[in-house]
Design a binder for this molecule. Structure first.
Ligand code: UDP
Length: 469
């Protein structure tokens, strides 16, 4: 439902690097660029190193910027193009030559990033109504419209789908919860330690330039606008992300002149940055989470084996096994395939943890064994792996439950239980290395056939009162 810049950046990144890095690459690169533009806009003439440090800490301690600095959503490009717009708006207000042209281009780029760009233009002009009297402004608008023609044609050919969606498709009934949640989010998403300071700084800072006035109005205008929007539907917290520019500006300008505030900002900002670094490390490694004994155990095993390989030349082959199932599993194994089959055969409730939207790629045991044997027998000694061995066909847990019910003809009902902490949302192996190295290995048994064999096995076990042969 969004304009195309996000897709373009993801596409370009994937061309360059592929994978997750490719998806996020340009979004990550844009952030320092737009912060640098902001710094150019607000840097005082006599700025020194201390001021630069203050700017870095104020922006780094802005939680929303930390989060949307690496996520591939339209807010990243919107921030970048908004910064471009503010820069060209500054030139425009200084009557620089051709500034109107650049500003027109920047406005079009903003609209191509996210429609919220229109609000930025509106609020920048509301803060500087005198600019409305300049004919060059309208030339600028014409340039923007001209550049938007391809997009408008696309919208026309598709019944204005995005506009319809944004203007009415998202409307729902009034729920006080939406407003309360929005306001609560606003208190947290920038930096909760700074909230009273933002207010104080906003009241005291008196910008002398048009771009300063625009920056000052942005946070208030955005927050009020989306608070009103929350009366008619859910508002996502990142929709006010453009406010970050104004909040960083007022807090920087205020703290730079007030030593006590500066000290507090540097300390509380430093603590925030420290906490963010910690949170990011935990998100990457989560060394203490509930699944960590499992995750870290595997990592540790691979590392130990590689050390033995290097130190003592012991032949080592590492495979990474993805969700495997099949006959001979324990009825109390607890994993999803055996649980569902045993529950279905007994007529017990089928227990889906969470909403069942999480996915897994299930591999039948014979395919795994075939892959492991080939890895041990048919690969050169110096090929240690790791090699992913799994079946890349992905299913949601809800689909698996339906398939098991249909194949067993069971009358079991599906019930939903709480999702265990840290349960991964998606699992799908990339098996290209296995395909290349394991002599044409390929998973051969697809879910339906594998399930039938496993069901037959459990039927037999249950007929013997649950005792394995
Ligand atoms: N699961 C479920 N019901 C069960 C057992 C598991 O919904 O009775 C879910 C579980 O939350 C996870 C998925 O099925 O999202 C796969 O779980 P499993 O333990 O089989 O494998 P892993 O989580 O290690 O991939």
């Amino acid at each position: 439902d969004h304009p195309p810049v996000t897709a373009l950046l993801v596409w370009a990144g994937e061309r360059l690097f592929g994978g997750e890095l490719g998806v996020r690459f340009f979004f990550t690169v844009l952030q320092p660029l737009y912060l640098w533009i902001l710094w150019r806009l607000i840097r005082p003439a006599d700025a020194g190193r201390r001021d630069a440090a203050l700017f870095v800490v104020v922006s780094a301690a802005t939680l929303m910027l930390q989060l949307y600095g690496f996520i591939a959503v339209p807010d990243g490009p919107l921030m970048f193009t908004t910064a471009l717009f503010l820069l060209t708006f500054k030139w425009f207000s200084e009557n620089r030559r051709r500034a109107w042209l650049w500003m027109g281009i920047a406005m079009a780029l903003m609209a191509y990033s996210k429609y919220h760009g229109a609000l930025v233009v509106l609020f920048a002009l509301a803060a500087n109504p005198r600019q409305l009297l300049r004919p060059a402004l309208y030339s600028s608008g014409a340039v923007a419209l001209l550049l938007l023609v391809p997009h408008l044609v696309w919208q026309y050919e598709h019944d204005w789908a995005s506009f319809a969606y944004h203007l009415s498709g998202r409307n729902s009934v009034f729920r006080p919860g939406y407003v309360v949640e929005f306001l609560a989010n606003v208190l947290v998403v920038f930096n909760p330690f700074f909230v009273p300071l933002y207010v104080q700084a906003w009241r005291k800072v008196k910008p002398q330039t048009p771009v300063g006035r625009a920056l000052k109005l942005l946070p208030v205008a955005f927050i009020v606008f989306f608070m009103l929007s929350s009366l008619r539907g859910y508002v996502q917290p990142q929709w006010v992300i453009v406010s970050c520019f104004g909040l960083v500006y007022v807090l920087f300008a205020y703290a730079r002149r007030h030593p006590r505030t500066r000290r507090y900002v540097m300390r509380a900002g430093g603590v925030t940055v420290g906490l963010i670094v910690l949170a990011r490390l935990v998100m990457i490694f989560n060394p203490l989470g509930i699944r960590s004994c499992y995750d870290e155990g595997k990592r540790c095993a691979e590392s130990l084996f590689m050390s033995y390989y290097r130190e003592h030349g012991i032949p080592v082959k590492i495979v990474r096994i993805f969700n495997t199932y099949g006959p001979k599993m324990d009825i109390n194994d607890g994993r999803v395939v055996s649980n569902f089959i045993v529950q279905a055969l007994r007529g017990d409730n089928i227990t889906i943890y969470g909403d069942g939207g999480q996915s897994r790629s299930f591999q039948y045991i014979d395919d795994l064994i075939e892959g492991m044997v080939r890895m041990m027998d048919d690969t050169p000694d110096d090929f240690t792996g790791p090699v992913n061995i799994g079946n890349p066909n992905e299913f949601t847990i809800a689909e698996l439950a339906r398939e098991v019910i249909s194949l067993t003809g069971s009358k079991s009902k599906i019930v939903h239980l709480p999702l265990p902490a840290d349960d991964p949302q998606q699992r799908q192996p990339d098996i290209s290395l296995a395909r290349n190295m394991l002599g044409g290995w390929e998973p051969r048994i697809q879910l339906r056939d594998g399930l039938l064999k496993t069901i037959a096995y459990f039927e037999e076990v249950l007929s013997r009162g649950g005792i394995r042969r």
